[in-house]
Ligand binder design. Structure first.
Ligand code: MG
Length: 409
């Protein structure tokens, strides 16, 4: 199981992805996802220049040792670039180990705790009729939980709302990264949002009833007291969760939010280590952990976060936008069916071009995603297909308040 060849694969089938491929001397191949939306080539260079030379000749079985070697050995710790690079190596080694064992990865993580992972889809619309249409379309496809994002009256673009009814050929596809020379700039009005959003949830509950689990993402845009006020205003509509209400670098800020509302809170898609959750979990300031395998140091490190969270009855809610590649999503599903404290999995389906490159074996049915049953994580990267989609620089939007002040996007 000695590693003898490591490649950093950059392709753009529908959007940019950075993938690590690790080969062993006996011809096995493992894959890891290192995609960092809008900053992809930083991770590709980190891997190519600083990590690939360290891997050749190492024993691929030594997952924990390799994780510690890359984390402690760099001296410079944490951060999204470093942790995405470590995540890619870690995931590839788990993929390899499962292939050697001849088992789907979840069997090595303790076996199934459930049949499949309940997912939530993204319903959005600029207006209520468009939003209702989107909700109905998702329900027809079998979704059993939905994130609700909506336009604001008088605002042209709002986070989470499909930019065009015909985007990417799928009516409610939402892809925020744009291949423009400079980032697209959006505008934001917090007071308008706080007034408008509860009326949307009231209308959705009136139309679709009390059963359907509903989620919403505030995308880091509120102060703690604004977040507290929103959580309280949404209590009558029984949200499954309210996500990223504040930029949570200041974990203590969530104490104030928690004191005022019982709306469940989910946080952490931009976090990359267990330390980012230390106060949030220990003080039970959140209900769901949002980190994905891809940005939190891989399966080894995310499992550690979930085990810590389980002590406080905090559950998983893994980030699953399209910029988590099928490798990252497959890894999330193996972890999701294995852990006891699974909550829900985010699911934005990839384009058919993306699936043609990665050939994932997970399957969506009945509102859930199930990992594939073949040995490993169930990814088979197609180099010929990938060659048709070269890297294209793209940026996430930048957000400004109405007076021009840069705000959290
Ligand atoms: Mg989010």
């Amino acid at each position: 199981m000695l590693i003898d060849h490591v490649e950093v694969l950059v392709s753009s089938p529908g959007r940019n992805f950075v993938t690590l491929r690790v080969r062993t001397a006996d011809g096995l191949t493992g894959y890891g996802d290192a995609t960092l939306n809008g900053r992809e080539l930083a991770v590709a260079a980190y891997l190519q220049e600083h990590v690939v030379p360290l891997l050749t000749g190492r024993d691929a079985h030594r997952i924990e040792d390799t994780w510690q070697y890359l984390y402690r050995g760099a001296y410079w710790r944490r951060g999204p670039v470093t942790m995405a690079a470590i995540a890619a190596v870690d995931t590839a080694l788990w993929d390899l180990k499962a292939k050697v064992a001849g088992l789907p990865l979840y069997q090595l993580l303790g076996g199934r705790s459930r049949d499949a992972c309940l997912v939530y889809g993204h319903a959005s619309g600029n207006t209520l009729p468009e939003l209702f249409d989107s909700i109905r379309a998702h329900l027809e496809k079998g979704y059993r939980a939905l994130r609700i994002q909506t336009g604001l009256p008088g605002m042209s673009t709002v986070y989470g709302v499909a930019s065009s009814p015909a985007a990417a050929g799928e009516r409610y596809d939402y892809e925020p990264a744009r291949a423009t020379a400079l980032p697209v700039e959006e505008r934001w009005d917090t007071r308008l949002y706080l007034r408008h959003l509860p009326t949307v949830f009231e209308a959705v509950r009136a139309e679709f009833g009390p059963e359907l689990p509903l989620l919403h993402d505030s995308h880091h845009r509120l102060t703690p007291i604004q977040a507290a006020s929103l959580g309280k205003a949404l209590e009558p509509y029984d949200l499954f969760w309210l996500e990223d209400v504040t930029p949570a670098e200041n974990q203590e800020a969530l104490r104030l939010v928690r004191r005022h509302t019982t709306t469940p809170l989910a946080i952490g898609e931009v976090f990359n280590t267990i330390w980012d959750y230390q106060t949030l979990i220990r003080e039970q300031l959140i209900d769901y952990v949002r980190s994905p395998v891809t940005h939190a140091g891989g399966i080894t490190a995310l499992r550690r976060i979930f085990d810590y969270a389980a002590m406080y009855q905090v559950k998983s809610g893994i980030h699953g936008p399209t910029d988590i590649s099928p490798v990252g999503l497959a890894a999330a599903l193996h972890l999701g069916v294995a852990i006891h404290n699974f909550g829900i999995q985010e699911y934005m389906p990839h384009t058919s071009d993306t699936d043609a490159v990665f050939r994932p074996s997970y399957r969506f049915a009945g509102g859930s995603l199930a990992p594939g049953e073949e040995p490993g994580i169930g990814i088979d990267y197609d180099d010929v297909a990938a060659a048709r989609f070269p890297y294209k620089a793209a940026y996430l939007p930048v957000n400004r308040l109405l007076d021009g002040t840069v705000h959290d996007w």
